[in-house]
Design a protein around this ligand. Structure first.
Ligand SMILES: [Zn+2]
Length: 410
């Protein structure tokens, strides 16, 4: 992996240091100057063009040298990649997502927005629209009438508001993480207090608590006494903690209890509240989660989750592929695998239900159904057993009609 990282850095650095765009700009500038000169004085045409030759040639040489170097580095990079991944990546597998380019585009687009890469996101978007327009034109030329949905599966208004919301989130997050400025986050939490309250969120208090700690520890040059910073924190608490007294009284007492200990905080029982280095990250994560949940999105980027889960599961899948090749067997079930994928608990979003009758994993098309006796079997098993009329549960003596069964959501 180190070899890949090294080659990647080389390509990246040379892209940053490349003088090729400068050479291109030089050529454009010289051509524009020559054009203006000739337009001004048509008689100067010959001499102007003659003067143009040498500098343009030099710039072109520079461009070609740069391209050659870049090609060389790309080759080395591809070789480093091949060395590790060649023949190891499942190649003849069915690509389950190839039929859903819109889902992939959308996942990438939203990921870019979450990362604050707004211009890249907007380029991706306009290119997706452009490509679709070309496809539509080709279809129209062939006399086909094709009505296509939005390339990212988003309405125009939804997309604009999404972009605006994420730009706001990114601004608040960068103030919080880079500048340790909590004010924009606190203002956002207050604007959305009702929705956050409905979710039982403690975001606003966590932000204000961190603000208190921040003020408490913020000793400034102009301070005359060591109490000055804790006093600013106390003043802040007197104004801002009023509305939190009901729910967070113990936490507030602990924060204020630290004031008399300000000269030897480390030895006080409250030091843990003031010396947690991960606090800023924790608050940033909490803010992101709440912000995304109000947008009805998951806290982690689905693309990141999918890629990480894929990376974790890959060794198991490769092993499976090797065994299948050796034994010349094939697994034909489309919606399930013959092995467990070893994902950590945070990557398990819903339980899997295997029908006790058919021994098949349930799916959206064949969901788990609960009978009135509370036993659960798959819908297909239910249909086979009941044939549309009253039947006896396979696990207890209770009889019921298939209409009485209810779908179970896991
Ligand atoms: Zn039963």
């Amino acid at each position: 992996m180190d070899a890949i990282q090294k080659e990647h850095e080389k390509v990246w650095n040379s892209a940053k240091l490349s003088r090729t765009p400068g050479h291109v700009d030089d050529i454009i500038r010289s051509l524009q100057r020559a054009r203006d000169a000739i337009a001004e004085d048509p008689n100067s045409r010959q001499i102007t063009l003659a003067k143009l030759q040498n500098p343009v040639k030099t710039s072109f040489d520079g461009i070609f040298a740069g391209l050659k170097e870049t090609h060389g580095q790309h080759n080395k990079y591809s070789k480093a990649l091949d060395k590790i991944f060649k023949d190891k990546v499942p190649s003849n597998e069915i690509d389950a997502l190839s039929a859903h380019p819109r889902l992939i585009n959308r996942a990438i687009y939203l990921h870019l927005l979450r990362e604050g890469l707004f211009d890249v996101a907007s380029t991706l978007h306009s290119e997706a629209v452009e490509r679709q327009r070309n496809q539509q034109e080709t279809a129209a030329q062939l006399g086909l009438d094709v009505l296509m949905d939005h390339p990212l599966g988003l309405e125009k208004s939804a997309e604009e508001s999404m972009q605006e919301q994420f730009s706001n989130m990114y601004h608040i997050l960068s103030e919080l993480k880079d500048n340790h400025n909590l004010q924009p986050a606190i203002e956002w939490a207050r604007e959305n207090a009702a929705a956050l309250e409905a979710r039982g969120s403690n975001l606003e208090f966590e932000l204000c608590r961190l603000q208190f700690v921040n003020l408490f520890l913020d000793h400034r040059d102009e301070d005359r006494y060591e109490f000055d910073a804790p006093m600013r924190a106390l003043q802040y608490a007197q104004v801002e903690f009023q509305s939190f007294r009901g729910r967070y009284l113990i936490e507030i007492q602990q924060l204020l209890g630290a004031i008399p200990f300000c000269s030897n905080l480390e030895e006080s029982p409250y030091s843990i509240r003031f010396s947690n280095p991960t606090t800023w990250d924790e608050v940033a994560t909490l803010f992101t989660r709440e912000f995304c949940s109000l947008l009805e999105l998951s806290a982690d980027s689905p693309l990141y989750v999918a890629a990480t889960a894929g990376a974790i599961a890959l060794p198991t899948l490769l092993k499976l592929q090797t065994i299948q090749k050796q034994k010349r067997t094939e697994w034909t079930s489309q919606n399930e695998l013959p092995v467990e994928t070893p994902l950590p608990p945070s990557y398990q979003f819903h339980s899997i239900f295997v029908c006790p009758v058919s021994k098949e994993q349930t799916t959206d098309q064949n969901p788990p159904m609960m009978l009135p006796c509370c036993h659960v079997i798959a819908q297909e098993s239910l249909q086979k057993l009941s044939k549309g009329s009253k039947f006896k549960c396979p696990y207890c003596p209770v009889e019921s009609h298939p209409k009485e069964a209810m779908r179970v959501f896991l």
